[in-house]
Design a protein around this ligand. Structure first.
Ligand code: AMP
Length: 458
């Protein structure tokens, strides 16, 4: 990461191709690592000294492409709709300009909220708050977070005096509003962060309910990994002539991630995982498991073998999740095994290795998963252990990302099963009929039907 002074103004090297999509103007920016894609300076974006000071202290010298686009527009009060994955600097992209706006206005008092950031998960909510607090270090603004799974009373107490920035998950926020413990009468801006994931997780009704409670005169910012049709539908009527920003072509994976598939038998995956961690000397690896039980099993097994491992998923208490994540960040936990939902919001800089112990049921989740590595300019490694049963899932991913994944069998773990029926992803609801089972060919040369990209979610 560059840390030198930003004294030289050089014209931007962004490729701007204005397109018109559903009546909005789109600015397409080619994806590049944070802070190195442009010579623009934070000083030129309209941020005041307290924020610039916080950025200097964090060692940020240049804005990322999304920050360069979003910051001036948000400061001016524009609505923004941005397609940006985690790892692009999107959080600072909305937090910095909103703090700049807030610092000039009247502080929140009794139970009022001035900026509301909605996130799909508790982990992401906590992560966003951490960012807000870091950037507002030199501002007299209050920020806080509320989410479910923990006691509500301490949250009620903290909201009493009002907060300038509140980060929240939708369900708990509705509860608090229902009890009249939070007021939206002075709300100035709403941010929907990882909106695609909120829709995937079934929060659409809660979101719509919440939006009805907010003042109509407000600024709205929507961040999503992709501009999928449901996201565009949500945006219609919610955003007013938004600036659209797209920092990576839709559904393309980050370029600084080296991706490889190790074909192997299903039952040998835990052995192969353990072998890869040991032989590669990997010190911090995030492993994705399709199921909570699978995550537990693998974490227990690795721990028994002397590799410090922990599992993180929806059945774990908030305390256990926070401890596991903390341990992973500090390096006490070498292997964190997570399900997709639990992994949302995990922000660890320079996470070097992400392993797909199982391929995700939904191809889009592959993009989210590997977005955890190769961050902030570092090259990351995304390793997928793929059994013959997952051939259709692999094809769906390759179709989505538009690139075939490199396949490298690992010596001693070469697959013996080359053809197998696809996995039953119905959670046992679908009865197998042996005579009609599809028998796809080897992992490398199968073709699947278009509908397989969205096999049923657990
Ligand atoms: P995000 O996409 O918001 O999850 O941010 C990804 C990571 O990049 C976070 O750890 C940020 O702290 C870091 N980051 C954000 N903006 C910058 C910047 N301009 N320069 C360096 N690092 C940054």
């Amino acid at each position: 990461m560059e840390t030198g002074p930003c004294s030289l103004r050089v014209s931007l090297r962004l490729s701007r191709s204005p397109l018109r999509v559903i009546g909005f103007r789109i600015t397409t920016i080619s994806q590049a690592p944070i802070a190195t894609s442009t010579q623009a300076c934070f000083d030129d974006l309209g941020l005041g000294e307290p924020l610039l000071k916080a950025l200097r202290e964090k060692g940020y010298s240049h804005p990322s492409p999304i920050q360069e686009q979003a910051i001036p527009a948000v400061i001016k009060g524009r609505d923004v709709m941005a397609a940006a994955q985690t790892g692009t600097g999107k959080t600072a992209g909305f937090t910095l300009p909103l703090l700049e706006r807030l610092r000039h206005g009247r502080r929140a008092t009794r139970r009022q909220v001035r900026v509301l950031v909605l996130t799909p998960t508790r982990e992401l909510a906590a992560q966003v708050l951490e960012n807000v607090r870091a950037y507002s270090l030199h501002l007299p603004l209050r920020s806080d977070v509320v989410f479910g799974g923990v006691k509500i009373n301490p949250q009620i107490a903290r909201l009493q005096d009002g907060v300038d920035v509140l980060v929240a998950t939708p369900g708990r926020l509705l509860d608090l509003h229902h009890q009249r413990m939070v007021l939206f009468d002075r709300l100035e801006s709403l941010v929907l962060d990882e909106a695609d994931r909120m829709l995937d997780m079934g929060f659409i009704h809660d979101i719509r309910k919440l939006i009805r409670l907010l003042p109509e005169q407000r600024q709205t910012l929507l961040f999503s990994a992709t501009f999928s049709p449901p996201i565009r539908k949500l945006a219609t009527g919610l955003l007013h002539q938004p600036l659209q920003i797209q920092v990576a072509p839709e559904n393309q994976t980050a370029r600084s991630v080296d991706q490889v598939v190790h074909p192997c038998d299903m039952k040998r995956k835990p052995d192969l995982l353990s072998h890869l961690i040991r032989s590669g000397g990997w010190q911090q690896v995030l492993v994705f498991s399709r199921t909570k039980h699978g995550a537990n099993r693998v974490a227990e097994r690795l721990s028994k073998e002397g590799l410090a491992a922990a599992a993180i998923h929806g059945n774990k208490s908030q305390g256990a999740r926070t401890r596991a994540l903390q341990g992973f960040k500090q390096g006490d936990v070498r292997v964190l095994v997570a399900t997709d939902i639990a992994a949302r919001g995990i922000d660890i800089q320079q996470l070097p290795h992400v392993v797909n112990l199982d391929l995700p049921n939904v191809a889009e989740d592959y993009v989210h998963r590997i977005g955890r590595t190769g961050r902030a300019g570092e090259t990351g490694h995304a390793i997928s252990l793929v059994a013959a049963e997952e051939a259709l899932l692999l094809q769906a991913i390759e179709r989505l990302t538009g690139e075939p994944l490199r396949q490298e069998p690992v010596k001693g773990f070469e697959p013996t099963v080359l053809s197998a029926p696809p996995l039953d992803l119905s959670g046992g609801r679908r009865k197998h009929n042996n005579s009609s089972r599809r028998r796809p060919g080897p992992v490398s040369n199968r073709r699947s039907s278009p509908s397989s990209s969205r096999q049923r979610r657990r």
